[in-house]
Design a protein around this ligand. Structure first.
Ligand SMILES: [Ca+2]
Ligand SMILES: [Ca+2]
Length: 362
């Protein structure tokens, strides 16, 4: 058993998902004993990591893409993601706008325990917005392998930031994987520009400006973007296993003339303290604490004035806490919203603008 574990660690890729770690272990076991392989495969399936299971991506910061499966054998095919670009004919901003032609990329994964050789993928546009060109052919894949299929798309009509939809049908009838239809919705006809110094978290585009702490398999402590009514905020809490986790800001350039001020609203419900820290790009020092939380009963507004201490320097801020496991005492949590940097020279946060409009005037 220990021999398998050590050998599988050598075969595991860097920053693995749960299932990449599982597959490395199973591959090592199968190379020496088919019966052991089947026993381990059954044990993984009993814990939700069976045929058809999908792990969160290594850089996921909300783990929402997890699919559990208790099936211990057989083939399986899973839909992972769909994306659009404007690479065929457009303004090359990477976003598909009205009148442009691009590619719809459909990503599937062989999530079963068998090779597939007859996978088919079809896409139809829902509504009149776009035209999709079918791509014929049967695709082969090994267990754990990703399949990307590219369909040419022309966007005929769309209003600002419109959600257009496609039905993706995939199957591998020869292998016994029945057809499934997934409806994918994608936003089109808009511009994205970094024009903001405040993140209200209410637009979905600013989350990717933040850096989550590197994802650690088996750790659940992650900052997620959560919503209540129309209001969104960053939130950590509700985990089975405790651990440290941080939310790290994009780089900001402190003004040489104005005070650097960090403002945010938060609700803090952890027993231990949370820290707000900053670190300069060329600092020999580690993160320096600029604010320490106490418990708060409701939402509390905070202003931290760093004056001219970092004048003219590039720096990042982070929110970090040790999150205990969920206990009988209730669910611990920390929610942060409306994060603003004043007294900075750059605009670190992305915003959605009308296509072709002038970002600076929006
Ligand atoms: Ca475009
Ligand atoms: Ca908000």
């Amino acid at each position: 058993m220990l021999g398998y574990l050590v050998a599988s660690m050598k075969a595991t890729p860097i920053d693995p998902t749960f299932l990449e770690a599982r597959d490395a272990f199973l591959a090592v076991a199968r190379a020496s004993d088919e019966q052991d392989y089947r026993s381990f495969r059954k044990a993984f399936a009993e814990r939700g990591m069976g045929a058809g299971a999908v792990a969160p991506e290594p850089d996921s910061n909300d783990l929402r893409s997890v699919i559990e499966s208790l099936r211990e054998e057989g083939p399986a095919l899973s839909f992972i993601a769909a994306s659009l670009d404007d690479r065929m004919a457009g303004d090359a901003d990477g976003l598909l706008d009205q009148g442009e032609e691009g590619i719809l990329t459909v990503r599937l994964r062989n999530t079963g325990f068998e090779d597939l050789s007859g996978t088919t993928v079809h896409v139809t546009a829902v509504g009149e917005h776009s035209e999709v060109t079918e791509v014929a052919g049967r695709i082969s894949s090994a267990p754990g392998e990703d399949i990307a299929v590219e369909f040419p798309v022309a966007l005929r009509t769309a209003s600002h930031y419109e959600l257009i939809k496609f039905d993706v049908t995939f199957a591998d009838e020869a292998a016994g994987v029945p057809a499934r239809v997934v409806r994918a919705g994608l936003r089109v006809h808009y511009d994205l520009a970094h024009t903001g110094s405040r993140d209200s978290v209410d637009s979905p585009v600013t989350q990717s400006d933040w850096f989550p702490e590197q994802f650690v398999p088996w750790s659940e402590t992650v900052w997620a973007r959560v919503s209540s009514a129309d209001e969104h905020a960053y939130h950590i809490g509700s985990v089975k296993f405790g651990g440290f986790d941080s939310l790290i800001s994009p780089c900001i350039l402190a003004s040489t003339t104005d005070d650097l001020i960090l403002r945010f609203g938060h609700a803090y419900r952890l027993d231990t303290r949370g820290y707000v820290e900053v670190k300069t790009a060329d600092s020999e020092f580690d993160w320096q604490t600029v604010y320490l939380t106490g418990g708060s009963s409701g939402v509390e507004a905070v202003e931290v004035n760093l004056q001219q201490e970092y004048a003219g320097q590039w720096l990042q801020a982070r929110f970090i806490a040790s999150v205990p496991a969920t206990s009988d005492k209730g669910v611990p949590s920390w929610t942060v919203d409306d994060i603003e940097f004043a007294g900075i020279e750059n605009t670190p946060f992305a915003a959605i603008h009308p296509h072709g409009g002038s970002p600076s005037s929006q």
